[in-house]
Design a protein around this ligand. Sequence first.
Ligand SMILES: NC(=O)C1=CN([C@@H]2O[C@H](COP(=O)(O)OP(=O)(O)OC[C@H]3O[C@@H](n4cnc5c(N)ncnc54)[C@H](O)[C@@H]3O)[C@@H](O)[C@H]2O)C=CC1
Ligand SMILES: CC(=O)C(=O)O
Ligand SMILES: [Mg+2]
Length: 483
Amino acid sequence: MNPTTLIQSQSSYSGKSVILRLEFNSESTKFGQVASLISENGGDIVAIDIISGNKSISVRDLTVNVSDTADIDRITEALGRTPDVKLVHVSDRTFLLHLGGKISITPKTPIQNRDDLSRVYTPDVARVCLAIKDDPQKAHTLTVKRNMVAVISDGSAVLGLGNIGPHPAMPVMEGKAMLFKQFADVDSFPICLDTQDTEEIIRTIKHIAPAFGGINLEDISSPRCFEIESRLRQELDIPVFHDDQHGTAVVLYAGLINALKIVGKDIHDLKVVVCGIGAAGIACSKILLAAGVKNLLGVDVEGILNANDEYANPMKQWYAANTNPDRVSGDLRDALRGADVFIGLSRGNLLNRDDIRTMAKDPIVFAMANPTPEISPEEIEDIAAVIATGRSDYPNQINNVLCFPGMFRGALDCRASDINEEMKLAAAEAIASIIKPDELNKHYIIPSVFNTDIVRSIRKQVIEAAIRTKVARRIPREFNSQN
Ligand SMILES: NC(=O)C1=CN([C@@H]2O[C@H](COP(=O)(O)OP(=O)(O)OC[C@H]3O[C@@H](n4cnc5c(N)ncnc54)[C@H](O)[C@@H]3O)[C@@H](O)[C@H]2O)C=CC1
Ligand SMILES: CC(=O)C(=O)O
Ligand SMILES: [Mg+2]
C-alpha cells in the first residue's frame, strides 16, 4: 500500500472521520495536550493506535470524528503550530475503505483433492456443460446466472459528477454491487465500459449477457440511456433495468403514495409539476401517468413542455404530446401556480419560498436534485405539507437503493424475462406499505434503507406482478398455491 495515495488535501476531504498519524516528542509534549487541542478544534478522538515509540519519540494513529469537514483544517493547522508535534499524514477513511476495491469473489466450496478438482473442473464439469447444451434453460440453475446481475455503466452520467468516464465510475458500481449483496443476497459484478457509443454498448452487453440473470444499467446519460435500455429489453430475454430511471421512479411513487395519505388528496385530481425532463424526470413522469395522474406539467430549460411547440429531443416531443392536457405554456413559476406536487430532478437552488406559496393548499415538495436540492427544506418547512430530498441528511430520502435490490431479488427468483410497469408499480406499493398508518407522518413517508422488511416485501409483490403479467418463467414454491 502506498500511503501517499491516502493523503487527501483537506479541500478534497469529503468524509467525517480521518486518521491522523502524529509523531511527537514524548518528553516535551504530553499526549493529553494533543488530545485537548484536537477536541478544542471540533475533533472527537474515537481510537488511538500506537505505531512505534521509544523514550523520546511516539508515533500514534488517532482516529478522529468531526461534524464539519472544516474542522479537519482547523485541527491540522493547530497541530502544525504546536512545537515538537509532526503531522505525518492525514488518511481519509473513505479512501482506506476503497483500497483494492470493495468486493471480491469467493468460491462456494473448497477444492481439497483430485476428486473435487475433477468435479468443479475437468473432466466431470464437461457433463454439466453438455447438459446445458441440451437444455439452455439449465444455465439458470447450473451456473451463476441464477443469482448474478451485471451492474453496467459507461461513466457518462455518474451521480451528479457528469461524464467522468469508466475508471472513475467503478467505485460507484462496486458500491451498488455491495448493496445488492448486503440487502438482497444478489451477486453482482461491476462493469464499466470503455465506450459511449450506443450501438457498441448494446452489442457488448448482448455479448456478455449469457453469464447474467439480469442487467442493471447505471449512470448512463440521457437520451442514450433510453435507446440502450429499450433495445436491450427487446433483444435480451433477461430483465434490463436502468436504475437511475426506474429505481428513482419507483421510490418517488412510493413517497407520493404516502404523502397523499397525509394531505388527503387523490392521485387522479392532482396537478403535478416535474422540473428536469431528463433520465430521472421522464421515468418519474411515466410512473405517475401509469398511476393515474392526469394533470402533469413537465418543465425543462425551454419552459413548460407543450404540444403546441416542437422539440429537437424526441423524448421531449413525446413528453409534450403525452402530458399538459390544457397545453399551458410559460416557465417554472407559471407551472407551479396552484400545483399540488412539485418534483425536482433538475439542478439546485431554482426555487424560493414565495414560489412554494403559490402552490395549492398543503403542497408536496420533492426537491430531489443532488447534491443541492431545488429548494432547501429549511426554507419551506413551515409552509410545505411534506418535503423529501435525495439526501441522507434530511428526513424522507428518496433514493433508488430502496428499490433495486428487492426488484432484482424478485425478478431473479421468478426468472422474469422482463421488469415491466406492473412490477415497478408493485415495488412502489410494497415500499410505501412498509410504513404503517400509525407511523406515517410528514417526516416519515419513506422507510430507511436498513429496514429489513423492504426487500422481502418488494420481492413478494414483484413476483406476484410478474406471474400476473406472464413474464415469470418459474413460480417459486410459496407462490404455487396462489395460481
Ligand atoms: N434522488 C435520487 O435518487 C436521484 C436524483 N437524481 C438527480 O436528479 C437530477 C437529474 O438527474 P438526471 O435525470 O440523471 O439528469 P439529466 O441530465 O438526464 O436531466 C436533467 C434535466 O434537467 C434539466 N434542467 C437543468 N437545469 C434546469 C432548469 N434550470 N430548469 C429546468 N430544467 C433544467 C436539463 O435540461 C435536463 O433535461 C440530478 O441532480 C440528479 O442528481 C437523479 C437520479 C436519482
Ligand atoms: C442514486 C443514484 O443512482 C445516482 O445518484 O446516480
Ligand atoms: Mg445512478
